[in-house]
Ligand binder design. Structure first.
Ligand SMILES: [Zn+2]
Length: 146
C-alpha cells in the first residue's frame, strides 16, 4: 500500500487507516451538502447531510446520516438541553398564567425572566454547535496529520 500522505481530508477517499472517513457530501445537484442536526424524537441530535438548496425551498432530496459516533455524544447533550428548554417553557407558561391571575403587574417581570431563560438556552445550544464544529475540525486535522 502506497503512502497517502498527500491525501486531502476533503477528498472523501479516506479508505486507509483513519477510523472516521468522511462520507461523500455531494448532493444530486452536484453541490456540497450541508451538515444539519435532526430534532425528531427517533433520531434526536443525529447530524446529517442535506441539500444546500433546502434553504431556497427546492432541495433535490439528498440525505445522508453523518458519523453515528459523534451522534451519540451530541445526542446526550442536546437532549438534556432540549429537556431543559421545554421545562423552562412549561415553568414560564405556568408561572405567567398564575401571576396573571394573582396580579397583572407581575407579567412584565415574568416576561423578562422568561426571555432571560430563553436566551440562556439559545446560548447553550450555540455552545454545543460550536463544540461539535471544533470536534469535526479536530478530526480533519488528525486525518491530515495521518
Ligand atoms: Zn441538491
Amino acid at each position: 500500500m502506497a503512502s497517502r500522505r498527500e491525501m486531502s481530508p476533503l477528498s472523501g477517499n479516506a479508505s486507509t487507516l483513519t477510523s472516521s472517513p468522511l462520507p461523500s457530501r455531494i448532493c444530486n445537484c452536484g453541490l456540497e451538502a450541508i451538515l444539519k442536526t435532526s430534532f425528531t424524537e427517533a433520531n434526536f441530535g443525529c447530524p446529517f447531510f442535506s441539500c444546500v438548496n433546502y434553504k431556497y425551498g427546492k432541495p433535490c432530496g439528498y440525505f445522508l446520516w453523518y458519523d453515528p459516533e459523534m451522534c451519540h455524544h451530541g445526542k446526550r447533550v442536546l437532549r438534556r438541553l432540549r429537556d431543559r428548554y421545554e421545562k423552562i417553557n412549561e415553568e414560564a407558561a405556568r408561572v405567567e398564567s398564575q401571576s396573571q391571575k394573582d396580579c397583572g403587574k407581575c407579567t412584565a417581570y415574568m416576561d423578562a425572566e422568561h426571555e432571560k431563560q430563553r436566551l440562556e438556552v439559545v446560548t447553550l445550544k450555540m455552545k454545543v454547535m460550536t463544540l461539535k464544529g471544533q470536534q469535526e475540525q479536530h478530526r480533519l486535522e488528525v486525518e491530515t496529520l495521518n
